[in-house]
Design a protein around this ligand. Structure first.
Ligand code: C2E
Ligand code: MG
Ligand code: MG
Ligand code: MG
Length: 275
Protein backbone atom coordinates (compact mmCIF):
# COMPACT_ATOMS: atom_id res chain seq x y z
CA UNK A 1 0.00 0.00 0.00
CA UNK A 2 2.88 2.35 0.81
CA UNK A 3 4.17 1.94 -2.73
CA UNK A 4 0.93 3.38 -4.09
CA UNK A 5 -2.12 2.01 -5.81
CA UNK A 6 -2.34 -0.37 -8.76
CA UNK A 7 0.89 -2.22 -8.21
CA UNK A 8 1.86 -5.46 -6.52
CA UNK A 9 4.83 -7.01 -4.76
CA UNK A 10 5.71 -10.67 -4.45
CA UNK A 11 5.21 -11.75 -0.86
CA UNK A 12 6.39 -14.87 0.84
CA UNK A 13 5.43 -15.57 4.43
CA UNK A 14 8.48 -17.79 4.85
CA UNK A 15 10.85 -14.99 3.89
CA UNK A 16 9.20 -12.53 6.15
CA UNK A 17 10.67 -12.25 9.62
CA UNK A 18 7.45 -10.71 10.81
CA UNK A 19 5.37 -13.46 9.31
CA UNK A 20 7.48 -16.09 11.01
CA UNK A 21 7.24 -14.41 14.40
CA UNK A 22 3.51 -14.10 13.93
CA UNK A 23 3.24 -17.82 13.23
CA UNK A 24 5.41 -18.72 16.22
CA UNK A 25 3.47 -16.44 18.52
CA UNK A 26 0.22 -17.87 17.32
CA UNK A 27 1.38 -21.41 18.06
CA UNK A 28 2.86 -20.42 21.43
CA UNK A 29 -0.42 -18.80 22.40
CA UNK A 30 -2.42 -21.96 21.76
CA UNK A 31 0.02 -23.96 23.89
CA UNK A 32 0.12 -21.36 26.68
CA UNK A 33 -3.66 -21.09 26.84
CA UNK A 34 -3.83 -24.88 27.30
CA UNK A 35 -0.90 -25.48 29.61
CA UNK A 36 0.51 -22.32 31.20
CA UNK A 37 -2.08 -20.35 33.22
CA UNK A 38 0.75 -18.64 35.13
CA UNK A 39 1.72 -16.70 31.98
CA UNK A 40 -1.56 -14.77 32.11
CA UNK A 41 -2.43 -11.95 34.45
CA UNK A 42 -4.73 -9.00 34.54
CA UNK A 43 -4.24 -5.30 35.24
CA UNK A 44 -6.91 -2.79 36.16
CA UNK A 45 -7.18 0.74 34.85
CA UNK A 46 -9.39 3.13 36.82
CA UNK A 47 -12.28 5.09 35.37
CA UNK A 48 -12.85 8.36 37.17
CA UNK A 49 -15.86 10.49 37.75
CA UNK A 50 -14.43 13.67 36.21
CA UNK A 51 -16.56 15.93 38.37
CA UNK A 52 -15.55 14.48 41.75
CA UNK A 53 -12.21 12.91 40.80
CA UNK A 54 -13.29 9.68 42.50
CA UNK A 55 -12.79 6.19 41.06
CA UNK A 56 -16.06 4.98 39.54
CA UNK A 57 -14.82 1.70 38.16
CA UNK A 58 -12.01 -0.24 36.55
CA UNK A 59 -11.38 -1.82 33.18
CA UNK A 60 -9.67 -5.21 33.41
CA UNK A 61 -7.01 -5.70 30.73
CA UNK A 62 -5.40 -9.06 30.06
CA UNK A 63 -1.61 -9.50 30.01
CA UNK A 64 0.39 -12.37 28.53
CA UNK A 65 4.07 -12.84 29.28
CA UNK A 66 5.70 -15.70 27.39
CA UNK A 67 9.02 -17.08 28.78
CA UNK A 68 10.69 -16.73 25.38
CA UNK A 69 8.80 -13.87 23.67
CA UNK A 70 8.38 -11.76 26.79
CA UNK A 71 5.32 -9.53 27.26
CA UNK A 72 3.01 -9.58 24.25
CA UNK A 73 0.45 -6.82 23.74
CA UNK A 74 -3.23 -7.77 23.76
CA UNK A 75 -3.49 -5.77 20.55
CA UNK A 76 -1.39 -8.61 19.06
CA UNK A 77 -2.51 -11.70 20.94
CA UNK A 78 -6.28 -11.07 21.05
CA UNK A 79 -6.57 -11.19 17.22
CA UNK A 80 -4.34 -14.30 17.20
CA UNK A 81 -6.65 -16.02 19.68
CA UNK A 82 -9.62 -15.02 17.54
CA UNK A 83 -8.02 -16.49 14.42
CA UNK A 84 -7.17 -19.72 16.20
CA UNK A 85 -10.67 -20.09 17.61
CA UNK A 86 -9.25 -19.68 21.13
CA UNK A 87 -11.07 -16.59 22.30
CA UNK A 88 -13.29 -18.56 24.66
CA UNK A 89 -10.19 -20.04 26.32
CA UNK A 90 -8.61 -16.59 26.52
CA UNK A 91 -11.66 -15.15 28.28
CA UNK A 92 -11.60 -18.13 30.67
CA UNK A 93 -8.12 -17.03 31.75
CA UNK A 94 -9.23 -13.44 32.02
CA UNK A 95 -12.16 -14.33 34.30
CA UNK A 96 -9.96 -16.64 36.37
CA UNK A 97 -7.38 -13.85 36.89
CA UNK A 98 -10.03 -11.25 37.68
CA UNK A 99 -11.67 -13.50 40.27
CA UNK A 100 -8.28 -14.26 41.78
CA UNK A 101 -7.42 -10.57 42.21
CA UNK A 102 -10.76 -9.16 43.39
CA UNK A 103 -11.80 -9.52 47.02
CA UNK A 104 -14.25 -12.27 47.97
CA UNK A 105 -16.36 -10.13 50.24
CA UNK A 106 -17.13 -6.42 50.15
CA UNK A 107 -14.32 -4.24 51.47
CA UNK A 108 -13.11 -0.68 51.03
CA UNK A 109 -11.09 -1.51 47.91
CA UNK A 110 -14.32 -1.55 45.89
CA UNK A 111 -16.89 1.11 46.75
CA UNK A 112 -20.57 0.21 46.43
CA UNK A 113 -21.74 0.55 42.83
CA UNK A 114 -18.20 0.44 41.47
CA UNK A 115 -18.01 -1.07 37.98
CA UNK A 116 -15.62 -3.70 36.70
CA UNK A 117 -15.44 -3.82 32.92
CA UNK A 118 -14.08 -6.61 30.77
CA UNK A 119 -13.59 -6.64 27.02
CA UNK A 120 -15.58 -9.20 25.10
CA UNK A 121 -14.80 -10.23 21.59
CA UNK A 122 -17.79 -9.73 19.32
CA UNK A 123 -17.60 -13.33 18.17
CA UNK A 124 -18.19 -14.51 21.69
CA UNK A 125 -21.60 -12.96 21.81
CA UNK A 126 -22.71 -15.56 19.27
CA UNK A 127 -21.30 -18.32 21.46
CA UNK A 128 -23.89 -20.16 23.54
CA UNK A 129 -21.22 -20.88 26.16
CA UNK A 130 -20.94 -17.19 27.03
CA UNK A 131 -23.56 -17.16 29.82
CA UNK A 132 -21.87 -20.02 31.67
CA UNK A 133 -18.46 -18.45 31.12
CA UNK A 134 -19.47 -15.12 32.63
CA UNK A 135 -21.72 -16.42 35.42
CA UNK A 136 -18.96 -16.62 38.09
CA UNK A 137 -17.85 -13.07 37.23
CA UNK A 138 -21.41 -11.73 37.50
CA UNK A 139 -21.97 -13.65 40.76
CA UNK A 140 -18.84 -12.32 42.41
CA UNK A 141 -19.54 -8.72 41.47
CA UNK A 142 -23.08 -9.11 42.66
CA UNK A 143 -21.80 -10.30 46.02
CA UNK A 144 -19.43 -7.32 46.17
CA UNK A 145 -22.23 -4.85 45.43
CA UNK A 146 -20.45 -3.91 42.21
CA UNK A 147 -21.66 -3.75 38.63
CA UNK A 148 -20.22 -5.91 35.87
CA UNK A 149 -19.66 -4.17 32.54
CA UNK A 150 -19.00 -5.66 29.11
CA UNK A 151 -17.13 -3.63 26.48
CA UNK A 152 -17.69 -4.51 22.84
CA UNK A 153 -15.94 -2.64 20.04
CA UNK A 154 -18.10 -0.49 17.86
CA UNK A 155 -16.95 -2.06 14.61
CA UNK A 156 -18.80 -5.22 15.47
CA UNK A 157 -21.81 -3.92 17.31
CA UNK A 158 -23.66 -3.30 14.08
CA UNK A 159 -23.23 -6.87 12.83
CA UNK A 160 -24.75 -8.67 15.78
CA UNK A 161 -27.40 -11.28 15.02
CA UNK A 162 -30.85 -11.00 16.63
CA UNK A 163 -29.84 -13.95 18.82
CA UNK A 164 -26.74 -12.10 20.05
CA UNK A 165 -28.69 -8.92 20.65
CA UNK A 166 -31.22 -10.72 22.78
CA UNK A 167 -28.38 -12.34 24.72
CA UNK A 168 -26.98 -8.88 25.43
CA UNK A 169 -30.43 -7.58 26.32
CA UNK A 170 -30.73 -10.49 28.75
CA UNK A 171 -27.48 -9.47 30.44
CA UNK A 172 -28.64 -5.92 30.63
CA UNK A 173 -31.88 -6.96 32.36
CA UNK A 174 -29.76 -8.65 35.00
CA UNK A 175 -27.94 -5.42 35.77
CA UNK A 176 -24.94 -5.85 33.49
CA UNK A 177 -23.72 -2.63 31.88
CA UNK A 178 -23.00 -2.89 28.15
CA UNK A 179 -20.56 -0.38 26.64
CA UNK A 180 -19.53 0.33 23.05
CA UNK A 181 -15.73 0.51 23.00
CA UNK A 182 -13.69 2.75 20.69
CA UNK A 183 -16.81 4.68 19.76
CA UNK A 184 -16.36 6.93 16.76
CA UNK A 185 -14.04 4.62 14.86
CA UNK A 186 -16.65 2.14 13.62
CA UNK A 187 -19.75 2.49 11.58
CA UNK A 188 -22.58 3.06 13.97
CA UNK A 189 -25.84 3.93 12.41
CA UNK A 190 -27.59 6.48 14.53
CA UNK A 191 -30.92 4.97 13.56
CA UNK A 192 -29.77 1.64 14.93
CA UNK A 193 -27.86 2.80 18.00
CA UNK A 194 -30.94 3.46 20.10
CA UNK A 195 -32.23 -0.06 19.50
CA UNK A 196 -29.09 -1.60 21.03
CA UNK A 197 -29.07 -2.74 24.66
CA UNK A 198 -26.22 -0.35 25.35
CA UNK A 199 -25.76 2.08 28.20
CA UNK A 200 -22.26 3.52 27.73
CA UNK A 201 -20.32 4.99 24.79
CA UNK A 202 -16.54 4.96 25.22
CA UNK A 203 -15.10 7.70 23.05
CA UNK A 204 -12.02 6.41 21.26
CA UNK A 205 -8.77 8.02 22.30
CA UNK A 206 -8.11 9.40 18.84
CA UNK A 207 -10.71 12.08 19.64
CA UNK A 208 -9.20 12.81 23.06
CA UNK A 209 -5.67 13.10 21.71
CA UNK A 210 -5.80 16.64 20.35
CA UNK A 211 -8.46 18.01 22.66
CA UNK A 212 -7.48 21.43 23.80
CA UNK A 213 -5.37 22.05 20.66
CA UNK A 214 -7.71 21.25 17.80
CA UNK A 215 -11.13 22.75 17.98
CA UNK A 216 -12.54 20.28 15.49
CA UNK A 217 -11.95 17.40 17.87
CA UNK A 218 -13.69 19.15 20.71
CA UNK A 219 -16.68 19.68 18.45
CA UNK A 220 -16.69 15.95 17.64
CA UNK A 221 -16.56 15.04 21.32
CA UNK A 222 -19.28 17.55 21.98
CA UNK A 223 -21.41 15.96 19.24
CA UNK A 224 -20.89 12.50 20.73
CA UNK A 225 -21.95 13.85 24.14
CA UNK A 226 -25.06 15.22 22.44
CA UNK A 227 -25.88 11.89 20.84
CA UNK A 228 -25.37 10.09 24.16
CA UNK A 229 -27.63 12.56 25.90
CA UNK A 230 -30.36 12.09 23.30
CA UNK A 231 -30.09 8.32 23.65
CA UNK A 232 -29.89 8.37 27.46
CA UNK A 233 -26.42 6.88 27.44
CA UNK A 234 -23.34 7.68 29.48
CA UNK A 235 -20.00 8.65 28.00
CA UNK A 236 -16.49 7.66 29.04
CA UNK A 237 -13.57 9.43 27.35
CA UNK A 238 -10.56 7.17 26.77
CA UNK A 239 -6.89 8.04 26.53
CA UNK A 240 -6.67 11.13 28.75
CA UNK A 241 -2.93 11.85 28.89
CA UNK A 242 -2.67 15.41 30.21
CA UNK A 243 -4.28 18.18 32.18
CA UNK A 244 -5.35 20.16 29.09
CA UNK A 245 -7.41 17.24 27.79
CA UNK A 246 -8.92 16.68 31.22
CA UNK A 247 -9.87 20.36 31.54
CA UNK A 248 -11.45 20.40 28.11
CA UNK A 249 -13.49 17.28 28.86
CA UNK A 250 -14.72 18.80 32.11
CA UNK A 251 -15.66 21.95 30.27
CA UNK A 252 -17.62 19.88 27.74
CA UNK A 253 -19.28 18.17 30.72
CA UNK A 254 -18.03 14.71 29.94
CA UNK A 255 -18.70 12.89 33.21
CA UNK A 256 -16.24 10.02 33.06
CA UNK A 257 -12.74 9.41 31.87
CA UNK A 258 -9.91 6.96 31.67
CA UNK A 259 -6.29 7.38 30.65
CA UNK A 260 -2.63 7.35 31.68
CA UNK A 261 -2.98 10.81 33.27
CA UNK A 262 -5.69 9.51 35.61
CA UNK A 263 -4.13 6.11 36.22
CA UNK A 264 -2.13 3.55 34.30
CA UNK A 265 -3.28 -0.06 34.19
CA UNK A 266 -1.84 -1.76 37.29
CA UNK A 267 -2.25 -4.83 39.47
CA UNK A 268 -5.40 -4.57 41.56
CA UNK A 269 -3.33 -4.47 44.74
CA UNK A 270 -1.76 -1.21 43.61
CA UNK A 271 -5.16 0.53 43.89
CA UNK A 272 -5.82 -0.81 47.38
CA UNK A 273 -4.49 2.09 49.42
CA UNK A 274 -7.15 4.23 47.72
CA UNK A 275 -6.52 7.34 49.86
P1 C2E B 1 -9.31 -1.05 24.80
O1 C2E B 1 -10.40 -1.90 25.35
O2 C2E B 1 -9.69 0.17 24.05
O3 C2E B 1 -8.41 -0.73 26.07
C1 C2E B 1 -7.73 0.45 26.27
C2 C2E B 1 -6.30 0.35 25.84
O4 C2E B 1 -5.76 1.66 25.82
C3 C2E B 1 -5.42 -0.45 26.81
O5 C2E B 1 -4.36 -1.02 26.07
C4 C2E B 1 -4.89 0.64 27.71
O6 C2E B 1 -3.69 0.33 28.36
C5 C2E B 1 -4.66 1.76 26.69
N1 C2E B 1 -4.69 3.08 27.32
C6 C2E B 1 -5.35 3.47 28.42
N2 C2E B 1 -5.15 4.75 28.69
C7 C2E B 1 -4.33 5.23 27.72
C8 C2E B 1 -3.76 6.52 27.45
O7 C2E B 1 -3.96 7.50 28.15
N3 C2E B 1 -2.98 6.62 26.35
C9 C2E B 1 -2.72 5.55 25.55
N4 C2E B 1 -1.94 5.76 24.48
N5 C2E B 1 -3.25 4.33 25.76
C10 C2E B 1 -4.04 4.18 26.84
P2 C2E B 1 -4.04 -2.58 26.12
O8 C2E B 1 -4.15 -3.06 27.53
O9 C2E B 1 -2.77 -2.76 25.38
O10 C2E B 1 -5.24 -3.22 25.33
C11 C2E B 1 -5.40 -3.04 23.96
C12 C2E B 1 -6.71 -3.63 23.49
O11 C2E B 1 -6.69 -5.05 23.62
C13 C2E B 1 -7.91 -3.20 24.33
O12 C2E B 1 -8.33 -1.93 23.89
C14 C2E B 1 -8.89 -4.31 24.06
O13 C2E B 1 -9.58 -4.09 22.85
C15 C2E B 1 -7.99 -5.52 23.88
N6 C2E B 1 -8.01 -6.30 25.12
C16 C2E B 1 -7.30 -6.10 26.27
N7 C2E B 1 -7.60 -7.03 27.19
C17 C2E B 1 -8.54 -7.85 26.62
C18 C2E B 1 -9.26 -9.00 27.07
O14 C2E B 1 -9.14 -9.44 28.20
N8 C2E B 1 -10.14 -9.56 26.17
C19 C2E B 1 -10.33 -9.08 24.93
N9 C2E B 1 -11.21 -9.68 24.14
N10 C2E B 1 -9.68 -7.99 24.49
C20 C2E B 1 -8.80 -7.37 25.31
MG1 MG C 1 -11.98 -1.69 26.36
MG1 MG D 1 -11.30 1.33 24.24
MG1 MG E 1 -9.00 1.03 22.15
Amino acid sequence: KLAGRACYRMYSAVDSEQGRRHQQLSEALVVSLKTAPEEFSVVFQPQLDLMTGKIAGYEALLRWCHPEFGPVSPADFVPLAENRGQIHELTEHLIRCVLQDLPNVPDRSLPEGCRIAINISPRQINDSRLEALLAPFFDRLNRLGCQPELEITETHMMNLSPRSLSRLAGFRKRGVVVAIDDFGTGYSSLAYLHTLPVQVLKIDRQFTRRLGEKSRDSRIVSAILGIADALDMEVVAEGIENEAQLEKLRELRCMRGQGFYLGRPAAFGAWLSGD
